[in-house]
Write a protein that binds this ligand. Structure first.
Ligand code: DGL
Length: 276
């Protein structure tokens, strides 16, 4: 037990959580990751709240039966806005959620014009209203909840790149407002950053939550006395990602996609865990 590398479960509806996993890996190169995606129910942005809560809790329970983990990261804004209290009530393992980085964005913006990109579900949740009220009350905030962005990000795994003109059309409301700061309020979006930047060349600050999550995970491992070895590029016995598990079929190309982000995958599982 004392010799085991710390292990972090990273959960998302699809491959967006890899953007967060990459930040955790950069901060803690000796930590092992377990990637879990509920792609059978993708996109969460179109799902009712209760479906997200039930599926997320059940899949994580089943995964923990096989893989001991030291921290659980819900690397999905859409799930985090509804599922965190439910998960915390059923496991002792610390749970970290991700919320749109409104506060850091309000600390960056000079023009006080901020854009928020998120899934259609996150864009409408009272949670986001509250964050904006609490931290960006003096900013003009323009929200875009375009359902295509997550799909374009998923397609990157198979090597298909989004059409720049379609991305620019989706970014039009932010272009028209002249925002200088954009919050990437969905973990899929950092994967699309170069297309977003080409569409909005006037934006000075792109803000996501990946590094803040990595800092929180570091703190929690430290508190649990599990940090030793995680901060240094350790000789992980297998690979950085112990297993990449998908409730539906695993996307073809997922291992090389992850390797492209600097994280080798030891094992890919499809239809696991099964909720049947
Ligand atoms: N990556 C997810 C998020 O951060 C959600 C994508 C989806 O399933 O709609 O919100």
């Amino acid at each position: 037990m004392g010799k085991r590398h710390p292990r972090v479960l990273v959960f998302d509806s699809g491959v967006g959580g890899f953007s967060v996993a990459a930040c955790i890996h950069r901060a803690l190169p000796g930590a092992e990751l377990l990637y879990l995606a509920d792609n059978e129910a993708f996109p969460y942005g179109d799902q009712p709240e209760q479906v997200v809560i039930d599926r997320c809790c059940a899949l994580i329970d089943l995964s923990l039966q096989e893989f001991h983990c030291d921290v659980i990261v819900i690397a999905c804004n859409t799930a985090s806005t509804v599922v965190l209290p439910h998960l915390r009530a059923r496991t002792e393992v610390p749970v970290v959620g991700v919320v749109p980085a409104i506060k850091p964005a309000s600390e960056c913006t000079v023009s006080r014009k901020v854009g928020v990109l998120a899934t259609p579900a996150t864009i409408k949740r009272p949670y986001l209203d509250q964050l904006i009220k609490d931290f960006a009350g003096d900013c003009e905030v323009t929200r875009v909840g375009n359902p295509n962005l997550v799909r374009w990000a998923e397609e990157l795994v198979s090597g298909k790149e989004p059409e720049q003109s379609l991305v620019s059309d989706a970014m039009l409301p932010l272009h028209q407002r002249g925002v200088d700061t954009v919050v990437l309020g969905c973990t899929h979006y950092p994967l699309l950053l170069s297309w977003l930047q080409r569409s909005l060349p006037g934006v000075a600050f792109w803000v996501d939550s990946g590094e803040a999550i990595a800092r929180r995970v570091t703190y929690l491992l430290q508190q649990a006395g599990r940090l030793s070895g995680a901060e240094t590029p350790a000789e992980l016995p297998g690979a950085v990602v112990k297993a990449a598990c998908f409730s539906g079929p695993a996307p073809a190309g997922i291992a090389s996609f992850s390797a492209g982000l600097g994280m080798a995958v030891a094992e890919v599982r499809s239809h696991w865990p099964s909720l049947k």
